[in-house]
Design a protein around this ligand. Structure first.
Ligand SMILES: C[S@@+](CC[C@H](N)C(=O)[O-])C[C@H]1O[C@@H](n2cnc3c(N)ncnc32)[C@H](O)[C@@H]1O
Length: 390
């Protein structure tokens, strides 16, 4: 579980008119919050229009604390004409939306928004349970490459490890069995995937993995906790991957390493029918970009890691192919991609039937290449890891 903090910090960002409270606010008297109250009142003087109250990482709040905050917000709206207060909560801190929501009923100028309800434009695509079988087969095919790579990137037994955006947790189970970490935290924002992950670990008798519901861009995990942090196939589903990398950097110990894998889908290939396959995967890159994700991020990982502050960045790539094992596994992945990209995403983008037909054809041709006795089908992946400076 995420470690709860026992004290709190308050910060005012004038540029964004954002007042943030982080940690656990459990005073025994209102007087204990004098510093917070003073900063809030001082901040308020500089605000025009909307003040944002960020409580995404306020993990605990007792009734005395809530009463003080409630009075501050209501008084501010009553005394400052035209002021609106937007309270930003997170689903990760389960009580906060409901609790702050009661203030909207008292004053219309206080609104409460759960920021991760629709924070990422395409998040819904990866948070439903149809993704489970796709992720399972993907990991089956990538693990045979990554199991030897992980050691080259610095993973050793007994380390404290975190797998962020762990999906259905199968990678975490494989890590636990193969590398026997001292601690293993697996965090994701999809509840169906986490439920599945817990069940799989139980069924396989794998103990000790801490599955955590959380938001990778605002983790409740503390700084400098992990020797090795992994984040696989996930930077590409955020519109601002640099925010996630910053968080991975934060929770990594100085001297530890962060390991990411990413794709460049337009480089998927196959023969026969190579041209049709190429056309479709170029379109995949475009449709994913339409939803503000970048499925072409693989080769950009080095720059992103260096820009975040990592040093000693190591990169390598590998190709999952139909010849790695059972070609039907490869075909199953492509079928699931077809449903996701040419089904859900194309429908949501409002694509016309002729386009969708051609889009589907490339996936069908990739499956044909994968299952053809003389065919070859590939899915390239880039691995990058970097060290957090000591
Ligand atoms: C493409 S999947 C990759 C899953 C896993 N790493 C794998 O390789 O099988 C992306 C994962 O990111 C998770 N995710 C999306 N938004 C997230 C967020 N804000 N915080 C944490 N996880 C998130 C999704 O639920 C999904 O499980």
């Amino acid at each position: 579980m995420a470690t709860p903090q026992t004290s709190f910090d308050v910060v005012f960002d004038e540029n964004n008119q954002e007042f943030s409270i982080i940690g656990a606010m459990r005073p025994e008297s209102a007087a204990e919050l004098a510093g917070c109250t003073a900063l809030f009142e001082q901040s308020l003087r500089t605000v025009r229009g909307t003040l944002y109250l960020n409580v995404k990482r306020l993990v605990r709040l007792n009734n005395i604390g809530f009463r003080v905050l409630a009075d501050l917000l209501i008084d501010a709206c009553e005394n400052k004409p035209g002021l609106k207060i937007s309270v930003i909560t997170s689903s990760v801190v389960g009580w906060s939306t409901r609790k702050f929501g009661t203030l909207s009923a008292v004053n219309d100028n206080i609104i409460v928004e759960q920021y991760d309800a629709d924070f990422y434009p395409g998040q819904a695509f990866v948070e439903d349970d149809a993704i489970i079988s796709l992720l399972r087969t993907q990991t089956k095919l990538t693990w045979r490459h990554e199991r030897s790579m992980l050691a080259r990137h610095g993973l050793k037994p007994d380390m404290a490890v975190a797998d962020i955006c762990c999906g259905i947790g199968d990678f975490a189970v494989l890590l636990q069995k193969e590398f026997e970490p001292g601690r293993l935290v697996a965090l994701d924002h999809a509840k169906p995937s986490l439920d599945y992950a817990r069940q799989v670990a139980k069924d396989f008798g794998v103990d000790g993995i801490e599955y955590v519901y959380g938001d990778a861009s605002e983790m409740l995990l503390e700084d400098d906790q992990f020797d090795f942090v992994t984040c696989r196939h996930s930077l590409q589903i955020f519109d601002r991957p640099e925010l996630i990398l910053k968080e991975l950097f934060r929770i990594c110990k100085p001297g530890g390493r962060v390991y990411v894998t990413n794709e460049k889908n337009s480089h998927c290939l196959g023969e026969p029918r190579g041209e049709s396959i190429q056309w479709t995967y170029n379109e995949v890159a475009k449709i994913v970009a339409h939803f503000n994700h970048d499925i072409e991020i693989g080769p950009k990982s080095r720059r992103l890691m260096l820009d975040t502050g990592f040093k000693d960045v190591k990169m390598e790539s590998f190709m999952v192919t139909n010849m790695d094992g059972d070609p039907q596994d490869f075909a199953d992945i492509i079928e699931a991609w077809k449903n996701l990209f040419a089904g859900k995403m194309a429908t949501m983008r409002g694509d016309d039937p002729d386009f969708i037909k051609r889009f589907c054809q490339g996936f069908d041709d990739h499956i044909f290449a994968a299952l053809h006795p003389k065919g070859y089908a590939g899915w390239p992946i880039w691995v990058a890891s970097g060290q957090k400076p000591l």
